[in-house]
Ligand binder design. Structure first.
Ligand code: NAD
Ligand code: ZN
Length: 397
């Protein structure tokens, strides 16, 4: 006989949110943000706006456009304070200080759970502000306006936020569903080339594990993408965003309770390389190298053919990615490549059994639960030889 009495409980909560795509959201007459703010109570929506300082620098007129847009739409929504600048990139996610800052501003400006926090920026600022919004009053409504390719095709769509700690990416964070996401293509016009390219890696990633025809499309569009063709980029983002949303809303585990994280193909090493490079490598650049390593591994365990592997590597290179970085040469005291600590961190982060997403043929996925360090060493060497051969103009090296 058991020594307890159990009273099982169960309930479920429906979540809904929308992705809205537009151009020039803060031009007079653009009603996208009004649609996102749609307010059952009928009162003007109170908003606090946080903007990536890098975006403000690239677009000095943005703050004025935001102020003018809110003035013009004053009967529907109000700015509680002038937009606040947030340090760009990983600096925003350095520690939990951002949470206190957001909480203090919410207190000062009377932001409640029916108000809105609007986060405008790259994935790092969205992650950091998202955590602040999720923890203030146990959750203020969040509208994300992603401003990089990577944030529009991946980071801004998810149901996660986070900041870094103890040398680990996203060590602190919550699962929190945004109220809405607004992809504004005009932000991309001012992106530096590195940031323009970075988000393509996430599209290649999701195509490898979910959609072979999309992967073929990316291969064909690679030259246009590399030369900043906006039409091609908008299509890349649209398809990638929908694949991510389809996964989040339809795959049955939006809050990653299981040990599988299929959208993180290529990421176990990418997260480690970002940290090991002290964020010299941006997320997308690290993901491109992580994908390359995992493609070698997938070919070695016969999940894809070497021809399929090489075709995807060609696509990544045609988009302008460099598929090697010196951090891969770092070794721990025991002689193992330091990047391998990413495997253990990945397992700990998910909890339970090691689960790595791998392609099962291109366009499909099947998880693996064992990882062979020796085989990985072979893969690292193969990748290095390929990149060196390409640099020295050796075809098929
Ligand atoms: N929450 C998630 O599900 C998720 C998913 C993927 C990635 N991420 C996170 O996203 C982050 C990477 O995001 P990212 O690639 O967008 O880079 P980022 O946020 O680091 O931004 C890169 C740089 O671009 C600048 N920038 C942003 N928009 C600009 C614009 N329109 N014009 C000019 N400059 C602009 C920023 O100021 C910054 O200097 C990482 O921290 C990663 O861990 C989160
Ligand atoms: Zn990623």
């Amino acid at each position: 006989m058991s020594s307890y009495t159990s009273y099982p409980q169960q309930f479920s909560v429906d979540f809904s949110f929308q992705l809205l795509c537009t151009r020039d959201a803060f031009q007079p007459g653009n009603d996208t943000l009004l649609e996102a703010l749609a307010h059952p109570a009928g009162r003007p929506a109170r908003c606090l706006v946080f903007v990536d300082a890098g975006v403000l620098k690239a677009d000095p007129g943005l703050e004025q456009r935001i102020l003018r847009w809110f003035t013009a739409n004053g009967s529907d929504c109000q700015l509680a304070a002038s937009p606040e600048a947030i340090a760009p990139g990983e600096a925003a996610k350095r520690d939990l200080a951002i949470v206190e800052r957001i909480g203090a501003l919410c207190l000062e400006h009377g932001i409640c759970r029916h108000s809105y926090i609007i986060a405008i920026g790259g994935g790092a600022v969205l992650d950091a502000v998202g955590l602040g919004a999720a923890l203030t009053h146990r959750g203020v409504r969040l509208i994300r306006m992603p401003t990089t390719v990577l944030a529009q095709d991946d980071a801004g769509l998810g149901v996660k936020n986070g900041v870094n700690a103890f040398g680990n990416k996203n060590f602190f964070g919550t699962f929190a569903v945004p109220h809405a996401i607004i992809n504004d293509s005009a932000f991309l016009d001012r992106l530096p080339q590195r940031e323009w390219r970075a988000g393509i890696a996430e599209a290649v990633k999701v195509a490898i594990i979910k959609d072979r025809s999309y992967l073929a499309w990316i291969a064909g569009a690679a030259p246009a993408l590399a030369s900043r063709d906006s039409e091609a980029m908008n299509e890349l983002i649209r398809r990638c965003a929908l694949l991510h949303l389809e996964h989040i809303t339809g795959a049955g585990d939006p809050f990653e309770r299981g040990s599988s994280r299929p959208l993180d193909f290529g990421h176990w090493s990418a997260h480690r390389m970002e940290v090991l490079s002290k964020h010299r490598l941006n997320h997308g650049e690290a993901v491109a190298i992580g994908i390359a390593l995992d493609l070698f591994y997938a070919a070695a365990i016969k999940r894809i053919s070497t021809e399929e592997r090489d075709a995807v590597l060609d696509t990544l290179e045609a988009c302008g990615f460099h598929l090697w970085d010196e951090v891969l040469e770092l070794r721990s005291r025991d002689g193992k490549r330091t990047v391998l600590t990413g495997i253990e961190q990945f397992r700990e982060h998910l909890g339970g059994e090691l689960t790595l997403a791998m392609p099962d043929g291109l366009g499909q996925r099947a998880d693996i639960h064992d990882f062979d360090d020796g085989l990985f060493e072979v893969c690292v060497r193969q990748l290095r030889s390929r990149v060196r051969a390409a640099r020295h103009g050796v075809v098929g090296g």
